[in-house]
Structures are given as C-alpha cells and as structure tokens.
Design a binder for this molecule. Structure first.
Ligand code: IPM
Ligand code: MN
Length: 355
C-alpha cells in the first residue's frame, strides 16, 4: 500500500477557503505523481463559526486534530470579531497547544516578481526567518490593574526560557546547515536595551554555535535589521529571532519578496504536529471574487511536503510555482494576476503533474 498522510484542513475565514482549495489541488497533483496519498478532513473553525456558535476551538476539535499528520490552514480573521479573540483562542492556541515552537518563513524573490527594492534581483533576496513561536511577548504573561481608571497599569512581559530559546536556535543552525545558502546564521535581537532577554539569547546562540563550526554567525539589532533588509538583503541566509521581532520583520520581508500573496509560513513542531499557512490575513474584501493569489497557500503546502519528508514532491511544487510566476502570472497582487485564483491553482497543478 502506498504511503498516506492525514491532513486536517482549516479553511477559515475570508479568502482562506479559496486559497486553501488551490493548495489542496496542488498537493493532490503532486502526491499522485510521487505515489503517496493524502486524505483530508475539513474543520469548520474561524470567525464565521464563532459568530454563529460562540465557539473558537473546543477540546473536542483539539483532540481530533491531534490525530492528524499535519494541519493546513487558510486564514483566520473576521472584520466583525473584536481583535484578539480569534488570534488568541484559535491561531495562538493551536501554535501553543501543539508546541509548534518554530515559525519558519522563507523569503524569496522569484523571477518575474516585482520587488519595491530598486536594483535588487532574485539572487539578492533569498533568506529564511526562523521565528520562535511559543514564548516571548506572545506567552501572555502580565496583567492589568485598575483598568479604565487614570491609575491603570498594564504589564506585558516577554518570557524567554533557556530551553525554549535554545531549541529554536538549534533548529536554526540545523536548518542553515541543510540549506544550500551562504551558511550564515544571523541572530536578530536587541542586546543593547533588552539586556536580560537577549543576553540569554546571545549566550545560547554562541554556545550552540560551537557545535556548528561550518556555520558563520552574525548578529543584528532588530531596528538595524529592518534597515539592512531593505538596503542589503543579499547579506542574509538564515535569521533567528524571538516571537515579536519575528512577527514584525517577516511582514517587512514579505513585502520585499513581492507581497503577502506569495508569502508562506509554517508553524513547526519537529517532533509533533505542524501547521502550514499563508502568512497574509483573510483579506475579507476579496472574498468570493476568485481574485486572491493562492501562491502563498500553495507554497505553504510545499513546506508541508518538506516537513513530512516528501522532499522531491516539495521541489516539484517549488518548480511549478517558479515557472508560473515567471511565465504565467502578470502580477502577484490580488486581481492583477491575469488569471483567477482557481486558474492559478490549475496552472501550478499542471506544471507539478508534468514536472
Ligand atoms: C502572524 C500573525 C499572527 C501573529 C497574528 C494573527 C496573531 O500576524 O502569523 O504573523 O502575530 O503571529
Ligand atoms: Mn504577523
């Protein structure tokens, strides 16, 4: 019997379902070719479901999800739901519950895609951000006193454990070693101000570095890295950073690679259940118009393939995406692709099946 993987689909809100459908189409095309199978089960979770039922993520759904090989997510976010609810009770809950301690975000300028950076070419923009995904400011430590009064106090603390920091750094070194890049790992922090948290990060970084003599190490403050990413993105190969800084710099990075329409991410637990997602939001204004770019979702599927060990299939998806961006897609922005969302999925699935 051929190998089969069980994938939980969370199409979510807005354009999430349309984009994810194309990702599934491409996964099916590539699995057929490589002789393995996917079975998909869809979970109705997100803003719409919350509005109808008041439920975000029940224990029952959590238990069910733990029986899958991976989770493939469209987008979570609804304009009628107060910010913070869906983010914390769905997206972050999934990341934390499944201990997906790596948020992997490849940043690559494909040929045929326009970057806002003058004079930068595909060979200049090709790096990966390894963002810590379960700690830092996202851990939810802190509280509020005297809320709504003039004496209100709000404290939100960044949690950095040696174990959490070290496992993230170690993953980044391993990733850098396996990647055919410049073999350079840059720690992005703020050692000049956050002298407790990033002192821990810095010590862990240089201690682990001793085990990786083949990897060059570098350090950049987070503010400076925003500058360098715009001015000299070609310096970067792999960047490792904490949760909050990783969140911020990967939005900047998504723009230099051409936009959210093609920016993919993965929430990885190397020993457990990982979750793959396009990093842009649910883009509600484009819902149902068949104009959203599905490539971010398709590329998230590529990372899924790589993570479950189907490397050749992942390479085929990457080739399909590369060819489509070079030859078929006019512009990566929603509504400007020259093709509908479903047609872009068909084009890439076609390349993948024939690759
Ligand atoms: C992301 C998103 C999330 C984050 C939000 C929606 C909670 O911005 O995946 O980058 O901050 O991590
Ligand atoms: Mn973000």
């Amino acid at each position: 019997m051929s190998k089969a993987y069980n994938i939980a689909l969370i199409p979510g809100d807005g354009t999430g379902p349309e984009a994810l459908a194309e990702g599934v189409k491409v996964l099916e095309a590539v699995s057929g070719k490589h002789g393995f199978q996917f079975t998909f089960e869809t979970f109705n979770i997100g803003g719409e479901h919350y509005k109808k039922t008041g439920e975000t993520l029940t224990d029952e759904v959590m238990n069910a999800l733990s029986g899958f090989d991976a989770i493939y997510l469209g987008a979570i976010g609804h304009p009628d739901v107060k910010p913070g609810i869906l983010e914390k009770d769905i997206l972050l809950k999934l990341r934390f519950h499944f201990d997906q301690y790596i948020n992997l975000r490849p940043v690559k300028l494909y040929a045929g895609v326009e970057t806002p950076l003058k004079d930068k070419r595909p060979e200049d923009i090709d790096f990966v951000v390894v963002r810590e995904n379960t700690e830092g400011l996202y851990a939810g430590a802190g509280g509020v006193l005297k809320k709504g009064t003039p004496d209100e106090v709000a404290v939100q603390e960044s949690i950095n454990t040696r174990k959490g920091v070290e496992r993230c750094i170690r993953y980044a070194f391993e990733y850098c070693r396996q990647r055919s890049g410049k073999k350079t790992l840059t720690l992005c922090g703020k050692t000049n101000v956050l002298t407790y948290a990033f002192d821990l990060w810095e010590r862990a970084f240089y201690e682990v570095a001793v085990e990786y003599p083949d990897i060059k190490t570098d350090y950049a403050h987070v503010d400076a890295i925003c500058m360098w990413m715009v001015k000299n993105p070609e310096w970067f190969d792999v960047i490792v950073t904490d949760n909050m800084f990783g969140d911020i710099i990967t939005d900047l990075a998504a723009m230099i690679q051409g936009g959210m329409g093609i920016a993919a991410g993965a929430n990885i637990n190397p020993e457990g259940i990982s979750m793959f997602e396009p990093i842009g939001g649910s883009a509600p204004k484009y819902t149902g118009k068949n104009i959203i770019n599905p490539i971010a979702a398709i590329s998230a599927g590529q990372i899924l393939l790589d993570t479950i060990g189907e490397h050749e299939a992942a390479l085929d998806v990457e080739k399909g995406v590369t060819t489509a961006l070079r030859d078929d897609i006019k512009d990566v922005a929603a509504g400007k692709m020259g093709h509908g969302t479903d047609a872009v999925g068909d084009i890439i699935a076609g390349y993948v099946a024939g690759a």
